[in-house]
Design a binder for this molecule. Structure first.
Ligand code: ATP
Ligand code: MG
Ligand code: FE
Length: 354
């Protein structure tokens, strides 16, 4: 199938065309991402009204460019997929209406895509990794450990009890006077820092359930920075490095626990795979820590290429193609859902044991 994907749930306007072969292999024919950081920067964060207007202004041109780059016309498409949640309602409406209009105009199936499902399935497109696998989903708004049993079948093992990991990176960046988006800036600064200079808390270490917490770490970072103010460049770099080290240790500990639960849960003969996805999966140090953990625990390790960790429409088109292959399409009156848990449709039979 040849699927056009549209992503407008937050502050990236994106469109892509993806090809899915009958054997399940995927190929990206085009993927265009236009970020709105310039518009939001003066406000220090994403402003929903500005985001929605920016999506309206450029989405049709981005769709046109994605089709052009894929050398495809609307008549070549098999289906149109758009993110319908979770996310900011204004942007979701813009993307959903555009997708539905294109589908209606050409009599194509429309697929309402869950943004987190798209992050979760990206490795199927980029690495050919198919379920089942244990997934760490770390993004701007979410931090979850899930078993991906199949397309549409997600079992949540753990989640954050306060901040998302991407949020913690963004707040740390702000505190250190770095620009937005925060994650890449913290990572870059940390390269010149000493991760052992500050002994920051490693939240939730050793806890039974694989949940996360980053609020305490955030407070510790703030206290540390305040004590040293005015911060020298080396102070800031040392804080960034110490923060990243604490994050990697805490997240690896939580993933180790989830691996134990996964082994107990899956068929003993099933391959043990561990996947990390979402914007924060772009972080080199986190990838290294998790890949080391996976090797020690007998899991193979997989992550999308850095360029497809953050928001993009190739993952939306791919999730749409995967759903289409399962016969899952949506009506044109499908609603956008600003809040939408991913594990809502998990098969009830898989609940026992933990
Ligand atoms: P969600 O997917 O939960 O709806 P989102 O779509 O806004 O949220 P993503 O685009 O998936 O989030 O990820 C963005 C987040 O990833 C931001 O918080 C950003 O700071 C973080 N991030 C991006 N690159 C890195 C990096 N190299 N290191 C750490 N964090 C990063
Ligand atoms: Mg974003
Ligand atoms: Fe995202």
């Amino acid at each position: 199938s040849l699927v056009l994907g549209i992503e407008t749930s937050c502050d990236e306007t994106a469109a892509a065309v993806v090809l899915r072969e009958p054997d399940g292999a995927g190929r990206i024919l085009s993927s265009i991402v236009r970020t709105q950081w310039e518009q939001h920067r003066p406000f220090g964060g994403v402003v929903p009204e500005i985001a929605a207007r920016a999506h309206v202004e450029c989405l049709d041109l981005i769709v046109r460019d994605a089709l052009r780059e894929a050398d495809a016309g609307l008549d070549d498409l098999t289906a149109v997929a758009a993110t319908t949640g979770p996310g900011l309602i204004g942007g979701l409406i813009v993307g959903a209406i555009t997708g539905k209009a294109l589908a209606l105009a050409r009599g194509l199936p429309f697929i309402a895509v869950h943004h987190l499902e798209a992050h979760a399935l990206t490795v199927g497109l980029t690495e050919g990794v198919r379920p089942p696998y244990l997934l760490l989903l770390v993004s701007g708004g979410h931090t979850q450990l899930l078993i991906v049993h199949g397309v549409g079948v997600y079992e949540r093992l753990g989640t954050t009890i306060d901040d998302a990991l991407g949020e913690a990176f963004d707040k740390t960046a702000k505190l250190l006077g770095l620009g937005l988006p925060g994650g890449p800036a913290v990572e870059k600064l940390a390269q010149r820092g000493d991760p052992r200079r500050f002994d920051l808390p490693r939240p939730m270490l050793g806890r039974e359930e694989p949940h996360f917490s980053f609020a305490g770490l955030k407070t510790a970072v703030r206290r540390t920075a305040e004590k040293l103010t005015p911060l020298s460049e080396q102070d800031a770099a040392d804080i960034a490095a110490s923060f990243q080290a604490a994050v990697a240790a805490s997240v690896a500990d939580r993933c180790a626990r989830a691996m134990e639960l996964t082994v107990a849960r899956l068929d003993p003969l099933a391959p043990r795979r561990f996947v990390v996805a979402g914007g924060v999966a772009a972080n080199t140090q986190l990838r290294a820590a998790l890949s080391e953990l996976a090797a020690a625990r007998g899991f193979s390790f997989h992550a999308p290429p850095v360029s497809l960790c953050g928001d993009n429409a190739a993952m939306i088109a791919w999730a749409g193609a995967e759903r289409l292959a399962e016969g899952l399409t949506d009506q044109l009156d499908a609603k956008v859902r600003p809040r939408w848990p991913l594990d809502l449709n998990a098969a009830p039979a898989i609940g026992a044991g933990v």
